[in-house]
Design a protein around this ligand. Structure first.
Ligand SMILES: NC(=O)c1ccc[n+]([C@@H]2O[C@H](COP(=O)([O-])OP(=O)(O)OC[C@H]3O[C@@H](n4cnc5c(N)ncnc54)[C@H](O)[C@@H]3O)[C@@H](O)[C@H]2O)c1
Length: 280
């Protein structure tokens, strides 16, 4: 992210939900340099609270608890929720009711910016052979993917109706390196994800944007030009890990459905259709 797009005001209260989870744990040490004094929230306490961080326990399904978390906040990075496929009850509570509670309590508290952790699974039924931008119709591959499409729609509503600057990141897979062939196309390093968080928290042009949460992957299925326009300059390159990812891939069983679609195993789980009759 270029420096002219950066205007960190270190006194503002920034809330990170889902702080105890995998992505929160990987990104908090990196966020600290830009945003000391993050307010962390989750329904379980992070094991490694860092100096300067404060933790407020809250369940996303409880509006009064979320209200207490976002009170006085300027911005929210919303990572909290059920992060894989789950039962309808799990998805409904954590990702639909929970996401609504977060946006609504944030609106009431006067929050200015929200970065929402969406997912590639909102568009997981696009075939791998097709490159897609962020303007395609959603094609979720799971109940989880549907909940991320819901979160994106909710974000658009709160941006248009209430003027909150909302950035939805369709995150691929966060980690130190891509761990198989699919991840070579969708991997994002924690550093690059933090760049995208910063764009969402700082960039003056953001009103409502959907960006792909991916590093600079030559094998990418996504056109992420809007992110580049906003100053995103990823440093992670999936290709640097191709040999390792290919070596891991041969250990995996072929998946006749999942291997066709971007969502992989999320697309093949519970699948009862014919591959020729699904996807756009
Ligand atoms: N990890 C990835 O590669 C990836 C990829 C795409 C999208 N995402 C999204 O990014 C976000 C973070 O992912 P993660 O891998 O850290 O997931 P995670 O499961 O490790 O962490 C999610 C956190 O949310 C909390 N949570 C769940 N239900 C809650 C509730 N009702 N109230 C309060 N907190 C609740 C959990 O306690 C957990 O700490 C998720 O929204 C996920 O869907 C992650």
């Amino acid at each position: 992210m270029t420096n002219d797009a950066t205007r960190s005001d270190q006194s503002r209260r920034i809330v990170l939900t889902g702080a105890a989870g995998g992505v929160g744990t990987m990104t908090r040490p990196l966020l600290e340099a830009f945003y000391p004094g993050l307010v962390l929230s989750d329904r379980v306490a992070p094991k490694d609270l860092r100096p300067g961080e404060t933790f407020v326990k809250a369940d996303l399904t409880k509006p009064d608890e979320i209200a207490a978390v976002v009170r006085g906040a300027h911005d929210v990075i919303h990572l909290g929720g059920h992060s894989v496929e789950g039962s309808w009850d799990q998805i409904l509570n954590a990702n639909i009711v929970g996401c609504y509670n977060l946006f609504e309590e944030a609106r009431k508290a006067g929050v200015k910016r929200i970065v929402f952790a969406s997912s590639n699974h909102a568009v997981g039924f696009y075939p791998r052979k097709r490159k897609i931008g962020t303007d395609v119709t959603v094609r979720p591959d799971s109940r989880y993917g549907v909940s991320k499409a819901f979160g994106e729609a909710l974000g658009a509503l709160y941006a248009d109706k209430h003027g909150i600057a909302v950035t939805c990141l369709r995150i691929g897979n966060v980690g130190p390196k891509p761990i198989d062939l699919r991840r070579l196309s969708i991997w994002i390093s924690p550093d690059d994800l933090v760049q995208l968080f910063r764009i969402g928290l700082e960039h003056p042009e953001v009103h409502f944007d959907i960006l792909y949460g991916a590093s600079d992957n030559a094998a990418s299925w996504w056109d992420n030009s809007r992110a580049w326009q906003l100053g995103y300059r990823p440093t992670g390159r999936g290709e640097d890990y191709r040999a390792e990812a290919e070596a891991e891939q041969v250990k995996l069983a072929p998946d006749p459905v999942g291997d066709v679609f971007q969502g992989g195993a999320f697309a093949s789980a519970e699948f009862t259709n014919d591959v020729e009759r699904c996807g756009p």
